[in-house]
Design a protein around this ligand. Sequence first.
Ligand SMILES: [Zn+2]
Length: 308
Amino acid sequence: MATTDRQATTLALAHALSAAERGLAVIPLARTKLPALRSPHRGASTPQPFICHGECGRFGHGVHDASTDPARVRALFAAAPWATGYGIACGLPPHHLIGVDLDIRHDDAEPDSSTALRELALRHLFTIPPTVVVLTPSGGRHLWLTGPPDHVVPNSAGRLAPGIDIRGAGGYLVGPGSRTHHGTYTTAPGTSHLAPAPCPPALLRLLLPPPVRRGGSGPGVSAGRGGTVSDGRGGAVSDGRGLVQFVLAAHEGQRNTRLFWAACRAYENGIGPALLAPLLEAARATGLTDREARATITSAARMTGHHP
Ligand SMILES: [Zn+2]
């Protein structure tokens, strides 16, 4: 058993060093997926005057210990010979890594997180670029994206959609090759050679704290609160005519995306049910089948928290 653990630690260190070489700052993790080194300040008899992030010079400050320096990574693992995995700190230069954590749900009543992400992408008109994907032992997936250096992407759980957690500044991702109580994290086939891709701007806008959200750059979220509700294209949503026009003007490759987007705006603004028939008619006029159009509108209703 001890030998097995030692091998696991050696392997974890090798994986961690290889991540560090790619510019990803790492810390050793225990089988619990928690940082392997515990805080040197736990059980301190006197209350700390400040929260230490490693200023004391010792190890054990979680993600604040993270480093790309191979000597420091080796030292961290030497101090934690029980480590069987490693964590990759998010939000740090040069990559400013953002982890999109897609949970697997064992609940048929809810759409799974991959579907939720797809719907989010349709609704906000972005595509997830080819990037590193890590498979978790529970069947979930971590998508690795890079963020901008000038904005801090916070951690969030389920804010974007059920089952989608975001690992940002102060968070970490379990690195591929890590062993945990539940199994081993691996890179999805065909993605290990990829560099983490830049986060699409439309997705980034959803990840940043609300005050940073800006309207006017594409049909993102620009619905004001209490004031005039705009569809982001200069048309008032109030009677939905702009939304129907938006669908009618769709080229073949945009029909479904536009219908989804328009239906989302309609449901968000309380005119979803009233606009169902006009949107279906517009969708049929663009060449979508009734079945396709209904499925898309149903997705939009679900995505915006309505039950069609
Ligand atoms: Zn300290």
